[in-house]
Design a protein around this ligand. Structure first.
Ligand code: BES
Ligand code: ZN
Length: 458
């Protein structure tokens, strides 16, 4: 049995794999919303069962949160290298529903795309790896490595349970490298090995004013307005040149080397197309950096949500009692989430007037990730990408975060190879998320090649 017969098998069974992708994506496993707890459990059961069907030995672990599924290829051979494939079965909330062309949990196929929440981020991507592993196991050929699949259900809310799980199961999860496909590539003709991710720090800011909403005619003008104070505070966090004004914010930011900037400039990018795709009148970003650098290699300060006062129909003349903002900061090497959060908190406190009460709470956090792409495993991964997608693979940084990646380094002492299958128009976290069936097929082929390439390079 050869790799060719494994690849033929993948082509021959494509329709079945598409049906399975749709079945998996039909489960509304939204980790941010507690009402979906039973669906998260169902998604864990679905992927555990699919791992079993593929020939893996599977255990589902209860945690403080959603279950963690671990599947292993049978007959673990200590003489062979071991690779760990990580993925997540939880998905982002689908709201606002009205912006979806078809319901988010009723997968809709249109040509070579399937639309559904979570199909690209991340169900389709880890399913592609699982199917490739199954094709190897069923081919009769000897898999040149041991594989461990680790699929969790809280990635979209900060991976809390997995952080506790990892050190406790470090021995069982020991591996030579981690493989993750939970990210993107510039296009089907530009597959890429991602060697850097941004980190993240989540913060909630609350400004409290009067003990109740007040008539703005009777009281307005004689006390401060919490919504105004919050807006004024937040508006001071970034200057007109797109620089974050928090003292010390850039202190530990590693400078981009001239070499890296040159490489990044080679990635396909058209500013006007990008502007149109985003639907904005003009692009904005930190002066002195290209869009690609701004969105992958520079830190940010984003307001994710703002709430205060009356948002219903018509008008309501009040001074609101409180105002709240949800923030996330994207971090780059070598920024530390805890240090950055402390600096932001201090700055907000120093600027806040005495007329209101300010509360700053921190949420989840994750370190940025950067790995040297010149090592033998990275080179092997580049070859597998080329074989799978049929085009030379690039090196890329990405702006999203997968916080658990640095915990893999810490507890398993393993580097992570990020081999994305998502396309720039897949709409992760947005309405009308989709996954390309061509990327799905190329991802399976890439994964089939990967185990041979990585094992030979180990
Ligand atoms: N798949 C993404 C991460 C990603 C997206 C990496 C694009 C590279 C490029 C992942 O599911 C995700 O959305 N992560 C969150 C992490 C957060 C909730 C801690 C993110 O980046 O917002
Ligand atoms: Zn996501």
């Amino acid at each position: 049995m050869s790799l060719k017969s494994i690849l033929d098998h993948l082509v021959a069974h494509e329709e079945r794999y598409i049906t399975e992708l749709c079945d998996y994506s039909r489960i509304p496993s939204v980790s941010a919303q507690s009402s979906h707890a039973p669906d998260l459990r169902r998604a864990a059961e679905w992927i555990a069962e699919r791992c079993r069907l593929a020939g893996l030995t599977v255990e589902t672990y209860e945690t403080s949160g959603n279950p963690v599924v671990v599947g292993k290829t049978p007959k673990h051979d200590p003489k062979k290298p071991t690779f760990l494939v990580y993925g997540h079965y939880d998905v982002q909330p689908p709201e606002p529903f009205e912006l979806w062309t078809s319901p988010p949990f009723e997968p809709r196929r249109e040509g070579r795309n399937v639309f559904a929440r979570g199909i690209s981020d991340n169900k389709g991507q880890h399913l592609a790896h699982l199917i490739a592993a199954e094709a190897w196991l069923q081919s009769g050929a000897e898999l040149p490595c041991n594989l461990t699949f680790l699929i969790e259900g809280e990635e979209e809310v900060g991976s809390k349970a997995l952080y506790d799980f990892l050190p406790k199961h470090a021995k069982a999860l020991a591996c030579d490298a981690v493989v993750i496909s939970d990210n993107g590539i510039p296009s089907l003709k530009h597959p890429a090995l991602t060697y850097a991710l941004r980190g993240i720090a989540a913060i909630e800011v609350r400004v409290d004013g009067p003990n109740r909403d007040l008539h703005s005619g009777i009281f307005g003008g004689s006390l401060d307005n919490p919504a105004m104070v919050l807006c004024q505070l937040l508006a001071q966090m970034r200057d007109k040149k797109g620089r974050i004004t928090v003292p010390g914010y850039y202190d530990s930011v590693q400078k981009l080397s001239a070499y890296e900037r040159k490489q990044m400039a080679k990635l396909p990018f058209n500013a006007e197309k990008y502007r149109k795709f985003l639907g904005v009148p003009e692009l904005f970003g930190e002066v002195g950096y290209t869009s690609e650098e701004q969105r992958t290699a520079r830190p940010t300060f984003e307001i994710n949500g703002l709430t205060s006062g009356y948002q219903g129909e018509g008008s309501k003349t009040i001074v609101p009692s409180w105002a709240k903002a949800k923030l996330t900061l994207r971090l780059v090497p070598n920024q530390e989430p805890t240090q950055v959060i402390a600096a932001v908190k201090k700055h907000l406190q120093s600027l806040c007037p005495k007329t209101v009460k300010l509360t700053v709470k921190h949420g989840h956090g994750g370190r940025p990730y950067l790995v040297d792409p010149s090592g033998p495993l990275a080179q092997a991964a580049l070859r597998a990408l080329k074989s799978g997608f049929g085009y030379e693979a690039l090196l890329a940084r990405e702006g999203g975060s997968i916080p658990i990646v640095s915990a893999f380094k810490q507890h398993l002492k393993a580097d992570t190879l990020l081999l994305g299958m998502a396309l720039p128009d897949d709409n992760p976290h947005s309405p009308n998320e989709k996954f390309s069936l061509d990327a799905y097929a190329a991802g399976m082929r890439m994964s089939a090649h990967l185990w041979a390439e990585l094992s030979a390079a180990s």
